[in-house]
Write a new protein. Sequence first.
Length: 339
Amino acid sequence: MRRIVVLIVLVILFSVPGAQAQADAGDHRVTDMVGRQVAVPARARRLVTTFKPASLCVTALGLQDRLVGIDTDSKRDPLQLAVDPSIADLPAVGRKSLGLNFEAILSVKPDLVILYAQKDGIAIADRLIGHGVAAIVILPEKMETLYDTLRLIADAAGGARQADTAIAECQRVVRLVGQRVAAIEADRRKRLYFASPRGIFSTATGDLLQDEMITMAGAVNVAHHLSGYFREISPEQFIDWNPDIVLLSGHRHHGSHDMLQQPQFAGVTAVANGRIYKFPSNIAHWDFPSPLSALGILWLAETCYPEQFAGIDLAAEIDRFHLALFGKRFADLGGQLER
């Protein structure tokens, strides 16, 4: 009789969606980036990512073949599709900005879901745990926490060593930049204004990755003293800050350059000197949380201080980076630098 009861319990356990993941979890536990202790399978084989930074990290780790569901934006991401065209055929589970489809996530029977810390990400992660699905939350808002994100995903997926190559290459690029800009005197450092994806008068505070990227590139974020997420400012504040360089996010800035040509901005140093730039890659954004932020730092530093990077072949560095993380050169992935 006891054997029959045990058999029935096992049949029920392994027929529940996601229960296999928890059954296989054993003692393998990870602490995610908001402090949640999560039991995960010894080797997660069915991954779902819910926003683009997570998807790019998974791809940089070479784990994209384990994806069974992906955020809607990544299904159209040129870089990820160039690495693995089958990503276009994955079921979409929604997007961070507009909301996730919980039923769509469960329908692909994942054994690991990777979520964001903002909005409803933590609540959804806890809800998934209640359905027997391992779910971790990542928060890659600084370079060190980006490295922690790569380690966490690799560890949770049962391949911790896969993070080493990606992290080492990011650190190599950041170290190269640091060596070139270290000697720049404080009064020679460029004052930079970053226009966020939300618009020309929305900027990155000192709490965000973009602020750290600017600092690592040897420049000064004029909005460093602000806190929180992207902050709206007035045109008058922009004029008062008088930045040396204006940096446009690589996301959406149609018409921003023309807007700054209006007469009231003519006295702003960046406008007067024509130093308005946009992150240049045509296949991926280099200005938001992902390993590609390292290239954003390199490009920005070379743009601010070209004399400090004499002898550095930027194209070769970009190729080396893409080879290390994605297995192909930048151009072979369809990459071009747009000026």
